[in-house]
Design a protein around this ligand. Structure first.
Ligand SMILES: [Ca+2]
Length: 438
């Protein structure tokens, strides 16, 4: 091969590698998997579906407004407005609830950036790239500020990241390092939870404080495809769950406490941190700031993407079994299997993999003030198709959502500012955008 041809061949090979990396670097690249053995029988009933969570005690749910839809949701049009560009693979946007008006954007490789007044600050709030493994579904994935952040000297916030061994770490950090409110100290890390990850995908990532002041953590089923270890239905593992822990009252020698009203605290092999189970990859979830309802976007296997909702009347999902891997969405899994659907909480809505859909990105119920027509609408979307969908927050189980915008973006997350206005992050485009409506 002459040198010029060799150089050309090398360039083509390099370009192929780059392209391949781009193609597999989506958040949800799960291949179709063979049907899996299930190692645990499904629970026939939740231990309780009626106990209410504690009343709101935090600043994260200040509104208390009614949850009813405005009546305009069937016709409202969504549009996007760019807020900041130049972000490196953004995967989440949120706020500190401290009155500062800042937005905090996670960059997957391990940094948290601040956007204030539409300007991206050059200095990151936190940079822990040295302890984060990044790529595919791994990285710095979740961020939650303590409900009292910025008040009475409270400076704690919490992150979910994939460590250098590929395992999930839930860690506490402190903001306001050296008196600078726009800087956190990487050395302030205190690890709360370390969760072994058997496969690289389905790491979950959602990490938020509930209106009860407890920290909720979304954990994927451990990965591969089809949940080969049956983690979703097993109660002796934290994988395939929503967890709920108390960061303010450590107990039993752990760096956190388990709330007394968690559903599986009676001893034995069940993990007391579990709040809800039967989840595949609850990448993003949220609490309706109007009424506290829990909304979970649970990424599907290869046919259906689902959204689950737990109301106060449902006990906010306490002890609920959302069905994976017996069910994918409202359907028995694997396809063609017969199953008894009665033990499981069915999705409030689902959509299939037509139109280029691949992975649901759970969203938020709009409770802001700038776009009244959107009030009471649950805004969510799909990573691959870029479609942004709308569902009434009071929809009944099995409802259809409406595509309200073909965004053309690679959606990775939605998020709220302190006033309840909605934003989204575009993974491939490195952009933060505001969700607007008319
Ligand atoms: Ca389900």
């Amino acid at each position: 091969m002459n040198p010029r041809v060799r150089v050309l061949a090398t360039l083509v090979a390099a370009a192929s590698v780059v392209l391949a990396v781009l193609l597999v670097s989506r958040i949800e690249p799960t291949p179709r998997a063979p049907s899996s053995p299930r190692t645990a029988a499904p629970r026939s009933a939740s231990p309780s579906a009626t106990t209410s969570a504690r009343p709101s005690a935090s600043g994260s749910n200040p509104s208390g407004s009614s949850a009813g839809p405005s009546g305009n949701l069937s016709s409202v049009r969504i549009a996007l407005q760019s807020v900041a560009t130049g972000l490196d693979s953004p995967v989440f946007v949120g706020n500190a609830g401290d009155g500062s008006g800042r937005l905090f954007v996670i960059e997957q490789a391990g940094r948290i950036r601040i956007v204030q007044n539409g300007k991206l600050a050059s200095q990151p709030f936190l940079d822990i790239r040295d302890r984060v493994s990044d790529g595919g579904e791994r990285g710095l994935l979740g961020l939650a500020f303590h409900p009292g952040y910025g008040k009475s000297g409270e400076s704690r916030f919490y992150v979910d990241y994939t460590d250098l061994k590929g395992d999930t770490v839930i860690a506490e950090y402190r903001g306001g390092a050296s008196g600078d409110p726009n800087r956190a100290d990487p050395a302030s890390e205190k690890v709360l939870l370390h969760i072994d990850q058997p496969f690289p995908n389905h790491n979950g990532g959602g990490t938020l404080f509930g209106p009860d002041g407890f920290l909720y953590i979304g954990m994927g089923d451990g990965g591969s495809g089809g949940d080969p270890m049956g983690n979703g239905q097993r109660l002796d593992t934290l994988l395939g769950k929503i967890l709920r822990i108390d960061v303010d009252h450590p107990s039993s020698g752990l760096p956190y406490g388990v709330p007394d009203d968690n559903p599986f605290t009676a001893g034995g092999s069940d993990r007391a941190e579990i709040w809800a189970y039967g989840l595949r990859n609850p990448w993003r979830f949220s609490f309706d700031r109007g009424n506290g309802d829990l909304w979970i976007g649970d990424v599907g296997q290869n046919r259906f993407e689902e959204v689950d909702r737990a109301t106060q009347e449902d006990g906010l999902g306490r002890g609920a079994d959302y069905g994976w891997n017996i069910m994918e969405g409202a359907h028995c899994y694997p396809s063609g299997n017969a199953c008894d659907r009665t033990p499981y909480v069915l999705p409030v809505t689902e959509y299939d993999h037509s139109s280029g859909n691949c992975a649901v990105i759970g969203g938020y119920v709009y409770r802001g003030s700038q776009f009244p027509a959107l009030t009471g609408g649950y805004v969510f979307g799909d990573e691959c198709s870029g479609q942004i969908r709308l569902l009434s927050a009071s929809a009944r189980t099995g409802a259809d959502s409406r595509v309200a915008l073909d965004s053309g973006k690679e959606l990775s997350s939605f998020g709220e500012d302190e006033a309840g206005e909605l934003y989204l992050t575009d993974l491939a485009g490195g952009e933060l955008l505001q969700v607007t409506a008319r």
